[in-house]
Design a binder for this molecule. Structure first.
Ligand code: F6P
Length: 317
């Protein structure tokens, strides 16, 4: 193995830069030529790649976002796009590719690997929604960002004895809402995995409306904060304020935990390639880096820890 490429794809997550740095510096340590592919898979389709040295990943460890940029393209999900990407990888003399990203990015990585190109996937998404992977890069930072906002909102909600709805990320999975709701002491948590309709959510909130004030954390994929607000007013006469955290959750300096996770997984991805192990997704289990076959991961559905959901209910009453 002489030349390894690295790219970030899909939505950015804090800690991606720390992972890029770890990949590049670990590769260089093994005398591998390292190449950064810009703009995710789109860059691969456009042959947009540049050689990276140790200095080119200097001072990025602490920065949010991704210095390699990211892009979402449909073309790479199709057979023709994947074939073209592999042709371009060969043209660029890249022997293996490391992809840092969330579910969609890792699905594409799986496809490239199954077409015979050596690939490793590093899970990075604030959603923490890769089945079987305990924690994705970016989740801890986003969680701390959300908690910071919940704490601030609680100060105001308690001073004015008002209900506040905080809408957090999570289109298909409610992990961020669940963890931030528990850590932020939310009175209600609304997540896509608990398929209550809005009426029963309103009922549940009405039952708790004896509270002086309350914080409702809602994952964007269950019901929008705006819609929930309207329903609460219409059906329960409860006035609330809505804060949609949106992209504030994606930006910001990664926490120490995310930097450590990203550094370990980045270095481990290179270790695997050095041992000629490819077609793997990396993660941490029992505090040790481990690897999984893509099929093993993607044959499962992302799940929340039900016990945490009930625990948060018990603690908030
Ligand atoms: O991956 C993080 C995330 O916040 C998802 O939860 C959400 O579905 C998506 O990004 C939204 O991204 P955008 O607002 O850029 O479309």
């Amino acid at each position: 193995m002489n030349r390894i490429g690295v790219l970030t794809s899909g939505e950015d997550a804090p800690g991606m830069n720390a992972a890029i740095r770890a990949v590049v510096r670990s590769g260089l340590y093994h005398d591998i030529e390292m190449v950064g592919v810009k703009y995710g898979f789109q860059g691969l389709l456009n042959e947009s790649a540049e050689k990276l040295d140790a200095a080119s990943v200097g001072s990025i460890l602490q920065r949010g976002g991704t210095v390699l940029q990211s892009y979402i393209t449909e073309e790479i999900s199709k057979e023709a796009g994947q074939k073209k990407a592999i042709e371009n990888l060969k043209k660029l003399k890249i022997d293996a590719l490391i992809v840092i990203g969330g579910r969609d990015a890792l699905h594409v990585t799986q496809s490239l690997a199954s077409r015979g190109f050596p690939c490793i996937g590093i899970p990075a998404t604030i959603d923490n929604d890769i089945p079987g992977i305990e924690e994705t890069i970016g989740f801890d930072t986003a969680l701390n960002t959300v908690i910071d906002y919940i704490d601030r909102i609680r100060d105001t909600a308690s001073s004015h004895e008002k209900t506040s709805i905080v809408e957090v990320a999570g289109k298909d999975t409610g992990n961020l809402a669940l963890y931030s709701g528990l850590a932020g002491g939310a009175e209600s948590i609304v997540i896509p995995e608990k398929k209550e309709d809005v009426e029963s959510i309103v009922e549940q909130i009405k039952r708790g409306s004896g509270n002086r004030y309350s914080i409702i954390v809602v994952a964007e994929g269950s019901v929008s904060g705006i819609d929930l607000n309207a329903k609460l007013k219409e059906e329960a006469g409860i006035e609330s304020r809505v804060t949609v955290l949106g992209h504030t959750q994606r930006g910001g300096a990664p926490t120490a935990r995310d930097r450590v996770l990203a550094s370990r997984l980045g270095a481990y991805a290179i270790d695997l390639l050095m041992n000629n192990e490819t077609g793997k997704l990396v993660g941490i289990k029992n505090n040790q880096p481990v690897n999984f076959d893509f099929d093993e991961i993607f044959s499962q559905e992302p799940r929340i820890d039900e016990r945490m959901y009930y625990l948060s209910g018990r603690l908030s009453s």
